[in-house]
Design a binder for this molecule. Structure first.
Ligand code: PMP
Length: 363
């Protein structure tokens, strides 16, 4: 008699994970790539050379500095952190979202965010077995403060994520409303400033004013998406607990040296962000000039817009060699919505021409 049991993913993997769809990253070879909020500008040649030298000297036979002292010092130089605040590094800010959720995932603990917002908040809640609660934004994508405060009282969330500016809507929420939410929340509130380089405001100066406020940033949108580097800033008492969950070598030798090099030229990256902001206004104006397009203003490096037949428009753009993000079907508030990343003037021009052409053809 055989004692062998059939081991399959279906009978071993947690039910809630079997029900998930993996985060989909489409192929973009040869296309105008305006789907992922990347910085479209390459680095100046002199800076590339400096990075090549830093990489040539890197000791990749050794484990990285687990405390990433140099890189953290460089981050402190470019981000004016209030005194008493610590920094924790992640392999992208996605990893930090996961680490925060893991830290507070007691049975029945709630992760709260708004909808529509960054989809990883909900996905990661599922990964770690937290209960996810999403509070709808208002019709113009602002915070619904009474609904937020009610839900916070009812659900007592352990962790709240607010993307500031929000993805995929591009707007900054009202800062006074966020402060009320922080004050009312019995758990941690993480203000996710992935798009800080393109926005008018930040919660970094508020750190230390509330004992449950943390601010998270990524360098992905600033020109380092390929490095995978994000950080969390906040009071030492929180960060020293979270450090226990961080895998010791989560940021490799190469990202550490390259990011440290790049941060000594933070001004170059910020100047690129300024160019992107200028292009953002031109792109918004161009979208506004196309009949049948309703575009939302943005404090980020992308623009959300609505058209009559979003999926057909998305496919039409793809056939014309332009890849953007189709949000239609993802959330009821995003019906017929598309999101385009601000590219170079040339890329944006190709996108606008392809969009006009597609809409004319569909009419
Ligand atoms: N937060 C928000 C709001 C985002 O839009 C993104 C990327 N789309 C991230 C976090 C994750 O960025 P990364 O993992 O590249 O740091």
């Amino acid at each position: 008699m055989s004692l062998h049991k059939t081991v399959t993913p279906e009978n071993l993997i947690r039910q809630e994970l079997l029900a998930l769809h993996a985060y989909h990253v489409p192929t973009s070879d040869g296309m105008v790539k305006l789907d992922a909020m990347e910085n479209p500008y390459p680095l100046p040649a002199a800076l590339r050379e400096q990075i090549a030298q830093a990489v040539a000297g890197a000791e990749i036979n050794r484990y990285p500095d687990a405390a990433a002292r140099q890189l953290k010092a460089d981050i402190r130089k470019v981000v004016a952190l209030p005194s008493g605040m610590e920094v924790l590094l992640g392999n992208g800010s996605d990893e930090i979202i996961q680490l925060l959720a893991l830290a507070v995932a007691k049975p029945d603990a709630v992760l709260l965010s708004v909808e529509p917002s960054f989809v990883m908040y909900k996905m990661i809640a599922t990964f770690v077995g937290m209960r996810y609660v999403g509070v709808p934004l208002t019709r113009d994508f602002s915070l619904d403060l009474p609904a937020m405060l009610d839900t916070i009282t009812r659900e007592r969330p352990a962790l709240v994520f607010l993307a500031y500016p929000n993805n995929p809507t591009g707007n900054l929420f009202d800062a006074a409303a966020i402060k009320q939410i922080i004050a009312a929340t019995p758990g941690l509130v993480v203000v996710d400033e992935a798009y800080y380089a393109f926005a008018k405001d930040s919660f970094i100066p508020q750190l230390g004013q509330y004992d449950n406020l943390l601010v998270m940033r990524t360098f992905s949108k600033l020109g380092m998406a390929g490095l995978r580097l994000g950080f969390l800033a906040g009071p030492t008492a929180w960060l020293e607990q979270l450090e226990k969950l961080r895998l010791p070598y989560n940021v490799g030798v190469l990202p550490q040296v390259v990011a440290a090099s790049l941060l000594t030229h933070h001004d170059v990256l910020l100047a690129q962000a300024e160019k992107i902001k200028l292009e953002r206004s031109r792109l918004l104006a161009a979208l506004g000039g196309i009949a049948g397009v309703c575009a939302y203003s943005s404090e980020a490096n992308f623009i959300l817009f609505r058209v009559a037949q979003a999926t057909q428009v998305f496919e039409g753009l793809k056939q014309r060699g332009v890849l953007i993000k189709n949000l239609n079907g993802g959330h009821p508030a995003l019906t017929d919505c598309l999101r385009v990343t601000v590219g170079t003037p040339e890329e944006n021009g190709r996108f606008i021409a392809a969009l006009q052409d597609t809409i004319n053809q569909l009419a």
